[in-house]
Design a protein. Structure first.
Ligand SMILES: Nc1ncnc2c1ncn2[C@@H]1O[C@H](COP(=O)(O)OP(=O)(O)OP(=O)(O)O)[C@@H](O)[C@H]1O
Ligand SMILES: O=P(O)(O)OC[C@H]1O[C@H](OP(=O)(O)OP(=O)(O)O)[C@H](O)[C@@H]1O
Ligand SMILES: O=C(O)c1cccnc1
Length: 493
């Protein structure tokens, strides 16, 4: 199918209800009221102890391009939207402010990753895209980091393009996997777009096409100096590895014999035997690459079995976040301008305690113990609080309030950066290697108990006293409103 709209934009990459709400705000003259939304998730994925934030670069790209094109407006007209509203949309651009964590930052439940302060209509219309971007990219960066925690010093290569949920997911997922700790991707376009190292071996089809491993390895080596030969097409130990060794010996210095790849069978047994054969032949530096439905669980198990692996090629289970396909991040209104031009808190009540939002304009700090450089927890305050001006802070568990602690001798690091100012992008994206290094450096401030892959400790995300009191006041106000409503016989004025 050819693309029917030359000017197609991502602005309609939204849920219908956003446009319907936008129309109502506009018709009622509420659309320009200032609103504050926070984007956060409630539960860490994969049972992990932390998440790695990713997605900012694409958010900024989306914001820069945000406008309704001719064909977007024509389509909306076909859907029945009225001309006066469409005329308004024609000139609409994002003119608000966005504060965000940097990509590679550690993220925890309830901590806003992104804060949008904009006119109600603008903030509402970007919700779906922001969630779509952050939910996916943060999930994959986290899965990658989790895998890297298990792999440790060996190399992780992202091999998932063929199994990703279509093309966008392949490239943005490979990028997120890189931020989380994967050293390279097999996706060439990702390398071109983002400056990430690309790497690859060859497939069984090449051996099948040349009919023998000997012919295939020679053919590959004729055009490629760096060689990793895939040795499991017919019989790994009897034909594959010995043929790789033979070709490497025949070609000597003409190639860099990087090593071999195993893609089936018992990886623990085969890698140990292949290591022995390579070492006996004098190729002690040759690497063993493995692939085949790997994830952190299999890798951990293979390591426990003493598998001799130098590089892990990981596809399906990384790029699709196989064991948890969604992060569940949400975008919630926490404050809105009233008819008198004052900002007012808003709250969403739920019978599930974790789902009750924390109202008001807030700030997010990571509390670092000055003595040991480790994180004590994240600290959510009201916007006019400055924890760095305090000698001692009291941190409250947001749900189990009996859990609280006093912290002294700390530094409070503001996690949100001003990235869009009055519609203008003021943030320069770091390079991808810098983002990866940033993620690694962030993990160093976490105690090991939050980093283990099985049953990690829960990292503290606490509220300031003021934030807690404000939340309670808002809950009480809603309760009073519900009681008044009930006692009026359920009538709405
Ligand atoms: N020693 C091992 N211990 C635990 N899991 C292993 C071990 N060796 C391989 N695995 C994993 O077991 C699974 C084996 O899958 P499967 O049986 O489909 O592979 P295969 O039949 O050897 O290869 P393929 O079907 O791809 O040709 C893979 O996920 C692989 O990573
Ligand atoms: O297993 P993954 O983690 O997804 O890694 C990518 C897989 O892609 C290739 O296989 P291919 O597409 O040839 O399919 P295969 O599973 O039959 O080998 C490669 O040989 C890996 O096995
Ligand atoms: O380069 C490889 O070996 C590779 C790339 C993608 C998928 N499977 C293997």
């Amino acid at each position: 199918m050819t693309h029917p709209y030359a000017d197609d934009s991502l602005t309609l990459h939204t849920d219908l209800y956003q446009i319907n709400m936008a129309e109502a705000y506009w018709a009622d003259g509420m659309h320009e009221r200032k609103a504050v939304f926070e984007l956060f998730f409630r539960k860490l994925p994969f049972g992990n102890g932390y998440a790695i934030f990713a997605g900012l670069e694409r958010i900024l790209e989306f914001i820069r391009e945000f406008h309704f094109t001719e064909s977007d407006l024509a389509y909306l007209k076909d859907q029945g939207y009225r001309d006066d509203f469409l005329d308004y949309l024609k000139d609409l651009r994002f003119t608000g402010n966005i504060y965000s964590m940097q990509e590679g930052e550690l993220a925890f439940p309830q901590v806003p990753l992104v804060r949008v302060e904009a006119s109600l209509i603008e903030a509402q219309l970007i919700e779906t895209a922001l969630l779509n971007i952050v939910n996916f990219q943060t999930l994959i960066a986290t899965k990658s980091s989790r895998i890297k925690q298990v792999v440790k010093d060996e190399i992780v290569m992202e091999f998932g393009s063929r199994r990703a949920h279509e093309m966008d997911a392949a490239i943005w997922g490979a990028r997120a996997a890189y931020i989380g700790g994967a050293e390279a991707t097999s996706n060439v376009r990702t390398g071109k777009l983002f400056g990430i190292p690309i790497s690859g071996t060859h497939a069984h089809s090449m051996v099948q096409a040349y009919k023998s491993e000997y012919e295939a390895f020679h053919a590959y080596a004729k055009r490629h100096r760096k060689c990793v030969f895939l040795v499991d097409t017919y019989d790994t130990l009897n034909i594959g590895v010995p043929t790789a060794i033979q070709v490497a010996k025949e070609l000597g210095d003409k190639i860099d014999f990087i090593g071999i790849r195993l893609d089936s069978g018992d990886i623990a047994f085969l890698s140990k035997e292949a290591r022995r054969l390579l070492d006996e032949a004098g190729f002690t530096e040759a690497k063993i690459v493995v692939s085949n439905d790997l994830d952190e669980y299999t890798i951990l198990n293979l390591k426990a079995q003493g598998a001799k692996v130098d590089m892990w090629g990981i596809g399906t289970k990384l790029i699709t976040a196989y064991d948890q396909p969604a992060l569940g991040a949400v975008y919630k209104l926490v404050s809105i301008e009233n008819e008198h031009g004052e900002m007012e808190d808003t709250i969403k009540i739920s019978s599930t305690t974790e789902k009750v939002t924390t109202p008001g304009e807030k700030r997010i700090y990571r509390i670092i113990d000055k003595e040991n450089g480790k994180a004590e927890g994240d600290y959510i305050t009201m916007k006019d609080e400055d924890p760095n001006a305090e000698e001692r802070i009291k941190m409250f568990h947001p749900v189990h309030t009996f859990v609280s602690k006093f912290v002294t001798n700390f530094e409070a690091i503001d996690l949100q950066h001003h990235v869009v100012k009055d519609g203008e992008i003021i943030y320069e994206n770091p390079t991808l290697p810098d983002m990866q290094a940033f993620a690694k450096q962030n993990l160093e401030v976490l105690w090991d108990e939050y980093k283990r892959s099985l049953n990690p400790e829960e990292y503290p995300v606490d509220l300031s006293q003021k934030c807690w009191d404000n939340k309670m006041r808002n809950i009480q106000e809603v309760k009073d409103m519900v009681d008044a409503h009930k006692s009026s016989g359920g009538r709405v004025k």
